[in-house]
Design a protein around this ligand. Sequence first.
Ligand SMILES: *Cc1c(COP(=O)(O)O)cnc(C)c1O
Ligand code: SF4
Length: 340
Amino acid sequence: MEKWQSEYRDSIKTHAALEEFFEAQFPKVDFPLLIPRKFATHIKKAGLDSPLANQFLPQVSENDLGGESDPIGDHNQSPLAQIVHRYENRILFFPTQVCPVICRYCFRKNELGTNDELFKANFEKVLEYLKQHSEINEIIFSGGDPLILSDERIEFYLNEFKKIPHIKFIRFHTRTPIILPSRITENFCKIIENFKKDFLQINFIIHVNHSQEFNEENKVALSLLHAHCSNLLSQSVLLKGVNNSKQALLKLIDELIKLNIRPYYLHHPDKVKGGLHFMLTLEEGRNLYATLRNHLPGWALPQYIIDIPGGEGKVSAYNPETYNFSGHLINRKGTKVPYI
Ligand SMILES: *Cc1c(COP(=O)(O)O)cnc(C)c1O
Ligand code: SF4
Protein backbone atom coordinates (compact mmCIF):
# COMPACT_ATOMS: atom_id res chain seq x y z
CA MET A 1 0.00 0.00 0.00
CA GLU A 2 1.27 3.48 -0.81
CA LYS A 3 1.83 6.09 1.89
CA TRP A 4 -1.13 8.18 0.79
CA GLN A 5 -3.36 5.13 0.83
CA SER A 6 -2.50 4.28 4.42
CA GLU A 7 -2.94 7.93 5.41
CA TYR A 8 -6.35 7.80 3.80
CA ARG A 9 -7.28 4.58 5.58
CA ASP A 10 -6.38 6.14 8.88
CA SER A 11 -8.86 9.04 8.38
CA ILE A 12 -11.30 10.15 11.04
CA LYS A 13 -14.55 8.40 10.14
CA THR A 14 -16.69 8.17 13.23
CA HIS A 15 -18.39 10.62 15.54
CA ALA A 16 -16.37 9.29 18.48
CA ALA A 17 -13.04 9.64 16.65
CA LEU A 18 -13.98 13.18 15.60
CA GLU A 19 -14.78 14.24 19.17
CA GLU A 20 -11.61 12.63 20.45
CA PHE A 21 -9.39 14.26 17.84
CA PHE A 22 -10.81 17.76 18.19
CA GLU A 23 -11.44 17.50 21.94
CA ALA A 24 -14.88 18.98 21.35
CA GLN A 25 -18.48 17.91 21.00
CA PHE A 26 -20.32 17.70 17.69
CA PRO A 27 -23.94 17.02 16.77
CA LYS A 28 -24.79 13.60 15.36
CA VAL A 29 -25.67 13.97 11.68
CA ASP A 30 -27.20 11.70 9.04
CA PHE A 31 -24.34 12.07 6.55
CA PRO A 32 -21.05 10.20 6.67
CA LEU A 33 -17.90 11.72 8.19
CA LEU A 34 -14.43 11.56 6.70
CA ILE A 35 -11.34 13.73 7.29
CA PRO A 36 -7.72 12.58 6.83
CA ARG A 37 -5.82 13.19 10.05
CA LYS A 38 -3.13 15.47 8.67
CA PHE A 39 -5.71 17.74 7.15
CA ALA A 40 -7.66 17.60 10.41
CA THR A 41 -4.58 18.99 12.15
CA HIS A 42 -4.75 22.06 9.91
CA ILE A 43 -8.44 22.44 10.74
CA LYS A 44 -7.70 22.22 14.45
CA LYS A 45 -5.03 24.87 14.10
CA ALA A 46 -7.36 27.21 12.20
CA GLY A 47 -9.98 26.90 14.95
CA LEU A 48 -13.33 25.21 15.27
CA ASP A 49 -15.35 28.11 13.92
CA SER A 50 -12.96 29.03 11.12
CA PRO A 51 -13.94 29.03 7.43
CA LEU A 52 -11.82 25.88 7.17
CA ALA A 53 -13.69 24.07 9.96
CA ASN A 54 -17.10 25.13 8.65
CA GLN A 55 -16.50 23.19 5.45
CA PHE A 56 -15.66 19.87 7.06
CA LEU A 57 -17.05 19.67 10.60
CA PRO A 58 -20.69 18.64 11.09
CA GLN A 59 -23.28 21.19 12.16
CA VAL A 60 -26.70 20.56 13.58
CA SER A 61 -28.38 22.26 10.59
CA GLU A 62 -27.37 19.32 8.40
CA ASN A 63 -30.33 17.48 9.84
CA ASP A 64 -32.80 20.00 8.36
CA LEU A 65 -35.00 18.28 5.86
CA GLY A 66 -35.31 20.92 3.12
CA GLY A 67 -33.54 20.79 -0.24
CA GLU A 68 -33.11 18.15 -2.93
CA SER A 69 -31.20 14.86 -3.02
CA ASP A 70 -30.10 15.45 -6.61
CA PRO A 71 -30.21 19.27 -6.77
CA ILE A 72 -28.83 19.71 -10.28
CA GLY A 73 -30.74 16.83 -11.86
CA ASP A 74 -27.73 14.73 -12.86
CA HIS A 75 -29.89 11.62 -12.87
CA ASN A 76 -32.10 13.11 -15.58
CA GLN A 77 -29.28 13.04 -18.13
CA SER A 78 -27.47 9.92 -17.23
CA PRO A 79 -27.46 7.31 -20.00
CA LEU A 80 -25.37 4.96 -17.82
CA ALA A 81 -24.66 4.99 -14.08
CA GLN A 82 -21.09 6.25 -14.65
CA ILE A 83 -21.87 9.05 -17.12
CA VAL A 84 -23.74 12.36 -17.34
CA HIS A 85 -24.07 13.60 -20.91
CA ARG A 86 -25.60 17.07 -20.73
CA TYR A 87 -23.47 19.09 -23.12
CA GLU A 88 -22.92 17.79 -26.63
CA ASN A 89 -19.13 17.47 -26.73
CA ARG A 90 -18.23 16.49 -23.16
CA ILE A 91 -19.30 14.01 -20.55
CA LEU A 92 -18.85 13.67 -16.82
CA PHE A 93 -17.39 10.26 -16.05
CA PHE A 94 -17.74 8.84 -12.53
CA PRO A 95 -15.16 6.13 -11.94
CA THR A 96 -15.77 6.25 -8.17
CA GLN A 97 -18.09 7.60 -5.48
CA VAL A 98 -15.26 7.88 -2.97
CA CYS A 99 -13.69 11.21 -1.91
CA PRO A 100 -10.54 12.14 0.05
CA VAL A 101 -12.75 14.04 2.51
CA ILE A 102 -16.46 14.59 2.95
CA CYS A 103 -17.36 18.25 2.54
CA ARG A 104 -20.44 19.18 4.53
CA TYR A 105 -21.79 21.37 1.67
CA CYS A 106 -21.34 18.74 -1.07
CA PHE A 107 -24.10 18.75 -3.69
CA ARG A 108 -23.62 15.02 -4.08
CA LYS A 109 -23.71 14.36 -0.36
CA ASN A 110 -26.75 12.14 -0.75
CA GLU A 111 -24.92 9.73 -3.02
CA LEU A 112 -21.38 9.51 -1.75
CA GLY A 113 -20.15 6.02 -1.03
CA THR A 114 -17.27 4.15 0.44
CA ASN A 115 -17.32 1.33 -2.05
CA ASP A 116 -16.49 1.42 -5.75
CA GLU A 117 -17.61 -1.98 -6.95
CA LEU A 118 -20.67 -0.65 -8.75
CA PHE A 119 -18.46 1.65 -10.76
CA LYS A 120 -15.97 -0.91 -11.87
CA ALA A 121 -18.77 -2.94 -13.38
CA ASN A 122 -20.00 -2.32 -16.91
CA PHE A 123 -17.08 -0.19 -18.05
CA GLU A 124 -17.45 -1.91 -21.44
CA LYS A 125 -20.77 -0.11 -21.79
CA VAL A 126 -19.09 3.26 -21.21
CA LEU A 127 -16.61 2.50 -24.00
CA GLU A 128 -19.39 1.40 -26.29
CA TYR A 129 -21.31 4.62 -25.59
CA LEU A 130 -18.23 6.71 -26.31
CA LYS A 131 -17.54 4.90 -29.55
CA GLN A 132 -21.11 5.51 -30.70
CA HIS A 133 -20.96 9.21 -29.85
CA SER A 134 -18.27 10.75 -31.99
CA GLU A 135 -19.42 14.25 -30.97
CA ILE A 136 -17.81 13.65 -27.54
CA ASN A 137 -14.24 15.01 -27.47
CA GLU A 138 -13.70 15.46 -23.73
CA ILE A 139 -13.91 13.12 -20.75
CA ILE A 140 -14.24 14.82 -17.39
CA PHE A 141 -13.23 12.50 -14.55
CA SER A 142 -15.48 13.37 -11.64
CA GLY A 143 -16.95 11.46 -8.74
CA GLY A 144 -16.43 11.13 -5.89
CA ASP A 145 -12.90 12.20 -6.58
CA PRO A 146 -10.99 10.47 -9.39
CA LEU A 147 -7.57 10.94 -7.75
CA ILE A 148 -8.57 8.58 -4.98
CA LEU A 149 -8.21 5.79 -7.55
CA SER A 150 -4.93 3.90 -7.67
CA ASP A 151 -2.31 4.76 -10.30
CA GLU A 152 -3.08 1.46 -12.04
CA ARG A 153 -6.77 2.26 -12.30
CA ILE A 154 -6.16 5.77 -13.70
CA GLU A 155 -3.65 4.37 -16.15
CA PHE A 156 -6.16 1.74 -17.20
CA TYR A 157 -8.88 4.31 -17.96
CA LEU A 158 -6.54 6.64 -19.85
CA ASN A 159 -5.25 3.73 -21.90
CA GLU A 160 -8.78 2.82 -22.91
CA PHE A 161 -9.78 6.41 -23.71
CA LYS A 162 -6.71 7.09 -25.82
CA LYS A 163 -7.80 4.31 -28.21
CA ILE A 164 -10.91 6.30 -29.13
CA PRO A 165 -9.75 8.78 -31.76
CA HIS A 166 -12.35 11.49 -31.12
CA ILE A 167 -11.39 11.84 -27.43
CA LYS A 168 -9.00 14.79 -27.43
CA PHE A 169 -9.28 16.29 -23.94
CA ILE A 170 -9.05 14.80 -20.48
CA ARG A 171 -10.02 16.64 -17.36
CA PHE A 172 -9.86 15.70 -13.69
CA HIS A 173 -12.10 17.48 -11.22
CA THR A 174 -10.40 16.94 -7.90
CA ARG A 175 -10.07 18.03 -4.29
CA THR A 176 -7.33 15.51 -3.52
CA PRO A 177 -4.22 17.70 -4.06
CA ILE A 178 -5.56 20.03 -1.34
CA ILE A 179 -6.81 17.42 1.12
CA LEU A 180 -4.41 14.51 0.66
CA PRO A 181 -1.34 16.03 -1.03
CA SER A 182 0.76 12.90 -0.50
CA ARG A 183 -1.32 11.36 -3.29
CA ILE A 184 0.50 13.54 -5.86
CA THR A 185 3.50 11.22 -6.14
CA GLU A 186 6.35 11.32 -8.66
CA ASN A 187 4.93 8.17 -10.18
CA PHE A 188 1.48 9.66 -10.62
CA CYS A 189 2.96 12.73 -12.32
CA LYS A 190 5.02 10.49 -14.58
CA ILE A 191 1.89 8.62 -15.65
CA ILE A 192 0.11 11.85 -16.52
CA GLU A 193 3.16 13.17 -18.34
CA ASN A 194 3.34 9.98 -20.44
CA PHE A 195 -0.24 10.42 -21.58
CA LYS A 196 0.26 14.01 -22.69
CA LYS A 197 1.20 12.85 -26.18
CA ASP A 198 -2.08 10.95 -26.51
CA PHE A 199 -4.42 13.88 -25.90
CA LEU A 200 -4.46 17.54 -26.89
CA GLN A 201 -4.74 18.56 -23.23
CA ILE A 202 -4.93 17.03 -19.79
CA ASN A 203 -6.36 19.56 -17.34
CA PHE A 204 -6.79 19.47 -13.60
CA ILE A 205 -9.57 21.47 -12.02
CA ILE A 206 -8.63 21.96 -8.39
CA HIS A 207 -11.53 22.31 -6.00
CA VAL A 208 -10.67 24.85 -3.28
CA ASN A 209 -12.84 27.43 -1.52
CA HIS A 210 -10.72 29.34 0.97
CA SER A 211 -7.09 30.45 1.30
CA GLN A 212 -6.93 28.67 4.70
CA GLU A 213 -7.00 25.38 2.78
CA PHE A 214 -3.45 25.94 1.52
CA ASN A 215 -0.44 24.72 3.51
CA GLU A 216 3.23 23.99 2.84
CA GLU A 217 2.61 20.39 1.85
CA ASN A 218 -0.22 20.93 -0.61
CA LYS A 219 1.56 23.90 -2.20
CA VAL A 220 4.44 21.57 -3.04
CA ALA A 221 2.01 18.99 -4.44
CA LEU A 222 0.34 21.64 -6.58
CA SER A 223 3.60 22.89 -8.00
CA LEU A 224 4.62 19.33 -8.80
CA LEU A 225 1.33 18.84 -10.60
CA HIS A 226 1.78 22.12 -12.42
CA ALA A 227 5.27 21.12 -13.54
CA HIS A 228 4.02 17.87 -15.06
CA CYS A 229 0.53 18.71 -16.21
CA SER A 230 0.88 22.39 -17.06
CA ASN A 231 -2.82 23.24 -16.93
CA LEU A 232 -4.30 23.80 -13.52
CA LEU A 233 -7.63 25.55 -13.11
CA SER A 234 -9.78 26.11 -10.04
CA GLN A 235 -13.36 25.70 -9.06
CA SER A 236 -14.81 27.08 -5.88
CA VAL A 237 -18.25 27.11 -4.35
CA LEU A 238 -19.56 30.33 -2.87
CA LEU A 239 -20.53 29.32 0.68
CA LYS A 240 -22.11 31.24 3.51
CA GLY A 241 -19.83 31.14 6.56
CA VAL A 242 -16.82 30.18 4.43
CA ASN A 243 -15.98 32.59 1.64
CA ASN A 244 -18.90 35.00 1.23
CA SER A 245 -16.84 38.15 1.61
CA LYS A 246 -14.83 40.26 -0.79
CA GLN A 247 -11.67 39.80 1.31
CA ALA A 248 -11.95 36.01 1.43
CA LEU A 249 -12.51 35.68 -2.31
CA LEU A 250 -9.70 38.09 -3.24
CA LYS A 251 -7.27 36.30 -0.92
CA LEU A 252 -8.23 32.92 -2.38
CA ILE A 253 -7.73 34.18 -5.94
CA ASP A 254 -4.42 35.76 -5.00
CA GLU A 255 -3.18 32.38 -3.70
CA LEU A 256 -4.44 30.60 -6.80
CA ILE A 257 -2.54 32.95 -9.09
CA LYS A 258 0.67 32.50 -7.08
CA LEU A 259 0.31 28.75 -7.51
CA ASN A 260 -0.27 29.00 -11.27
CA ILE A 261 -3.86 27.90 -10.93
CA ARG A 262 -6.14 29.83 -13.19
CA PRO A 263 -9.48 30.76 -11.59
CA TYR A 264 -12.16 29.01 -13.63
CA TYR A 265 -15.50 28.70 -11.88
CA LEU A 266 -17.15 30.20 -8.84
CA HIS A 267 -20.31 28.14 -8.31
CA HIS A 268 -23.41 29.44 -6.66
CA PRO A 269 -24.28 26.74 -4.09
CA ASP A 270 -26.90 24.11 -4.96
CA LYS A 271 -29.94 23.55 -2.77
CA VAL A 272 -28.84 20.19 -1.51
CA LYS A 273 -30.58 18.37 1.31
CA GLY A 274 -28.38 18.66 4.38
CA GLY A 275 -26.47 21.69 3.03
CA LEU A 276 -28.96 24.54 3.10
CA HIS A 277 -27.08 26.36 5.87
CA PHE A 278 -24.42 27.27 3.27
CA MET A 279 -26.92 28.94 0.92
CA LEU A 280 -26.91 32.61 0.12
CA THR A 281 -29.16 34.47 -2.26
CA LEU A 282 -28.29 35.18 -5.84
CA GLU A 283 -28.48 38.91 -5.05
CA GLU A 284 -25.79 38.54 -2.38
CA GLY A 285 -23.62 36.53 -4.76
CA ARG A 286 -24.02 39.02 -7.58
CA ASN A 287 -23.15 41.96 -5.35
CA LEU A 288 -19.98 40.20 -4.22
CA TYR A 289 -19.08 39.30 -7.76
CA ALA A 290 -19.56 42.88 -8.92
CA THR A 291 -16.96 44.03 -6.38
CA LEU A 292 -14.55 41.31 -7.56
CA ARG A 293 -14.80 42.62 -11.09
CA ASN A 294 -13.51 45.95 -9.87
CA HIS A 295 -10.40 44.35 -8.35
CA LEU A 296 -9.43 41.70 -10.87
CA PRO A 297 -8.41 41.54 -14.51
CA GLY A 298 -10.42 39.20 -16.74
CA TRP A 299 -7.77 36.47 -16.61
CA ALA A 300 -8.00 36.25 -12.81
CA LEU A 301 -11.76 36.46 -12.57
CA PRO A 302 -13.56 33.13 -12.25
CA GLN A 303 -16.90 32.79 -14.02
CA TYR A 304 -19.76 32.99 -11.55
CA ILE A 305 -22.17 30.26 -12.53
CA ILE A 306 -25.23 28.45 -11.31
CA ASP A 307 -26.67 25.07 -12.21
CA ILE A 308 -30.35 25.43 -12.98
CA PRO A 309 -32.11 22.91 -10.73
CA GLY A 310 -33.48 19.88 -12.54
CA GLY A 311 -30.70 19.21 -15.00
CA GLU A 312 -30.90 22.21 -17.33
CA GLY A 313 -27.22 22.90 -16.94
CA LYS A 314 -24.94 25.77 -15.99
CA VAL A 315 -25.67 29.37 -16.82
CA SER A 316 -23.93 32.57 -15.86
CA ALA A 317 -25.19 33.78 -12.50
CA TYR A 318 -24.02 37.30 -13.20
CA ASN A 319 -25.18 38.17 -16.68
CA PRO A 320 -28.33 40.26 -16.24
CA GLU A 321 -29.83 38.53 -19.27
CA THR A 322 -29.91 35.16 -17.54
CA TYR A 323 -31.30 36.33 -14.23
CA ASN A 324 -33.60 39.04 -13.10
CA PHE A 325 -34.63 39.86 -9.60
CA SER A 326 -38.25 38.98 -10.21
CA GLY A 327 -37.15 35.44 -9.57
CA HIS A 328 -36.28 33.48 -12.67
CA LEU A 329 -33.30 32.15 -14.57
CA ILE A 330 -33.25 31.84 -18.33
CA ASN A 331 -32.10 28.44 -19.56
CA ARG A 332 -30.05 27.68 -22.63
CA LYS A 333 -33.18 27.45 -24.78
CA GLY A 334 -34.23 30.96 -23.75
CA THR A 335 -37.08 29.77 -21.51
CA LYS A 336 -37.70 31.27 -18.06
CA VAL A 337 -37.24 28.92 -15.11
CA PRO A 338 -38.48 30.07 -11.68
CA TYR A 339 -35.67 30.49 -9.14
CA ILE A 340 -36.03 32.01 -5.72
C1 LIG B 1 -20.28 21.14 -15.21
C2 LIG B 1 -20.48 20.07 -16.14
C3 LIG B 1 -19.60 19.86 -17.21
C4 LIG B 1 -18.38 20.71 -17.43
O1 LIG B 1 -18.75 21.95 -17.88
P1 LIG B 1 -17.63 23.00 -18.36
O2 LIG B 1 -18.43 24.23 -18.57
O3 LIG B 1 -17.06 22.44 -19.61
O4 LIG B 1 -16.64 23.11 -17.28
C5 LIG B 1 -19.87 18.84 -18.08
N1 LIG B 1 -20.95 18.04 -17.93
C6 LIG B 1 -21.82 18.24 -16.91
C7 LIG B 1 -23.00 17.34 -16.80
C8 LIG B 1 -21.63 19.26 -15.98
O5 LIG B 1 -22.49 19.43 -14.98
S1 SF4 C 1 -14.69 16.30 -2.64
FE1 SF4 C 1 -16.32 17.06 -3.96
S2 SF4 C 1 -17.68 15.29 -4.33
FE2 SF4 C 1 -16.35 14.84 -2.54
S3 SF4 C 1 -17.50 15.47 -0.71
FE3 SF4 C 1 -16.24 17.21 -1.30
S4 SF4 C 1 -17.54 18.43 -2.66
FE4 SF4 C 1 -18.45 16.39 -2.52
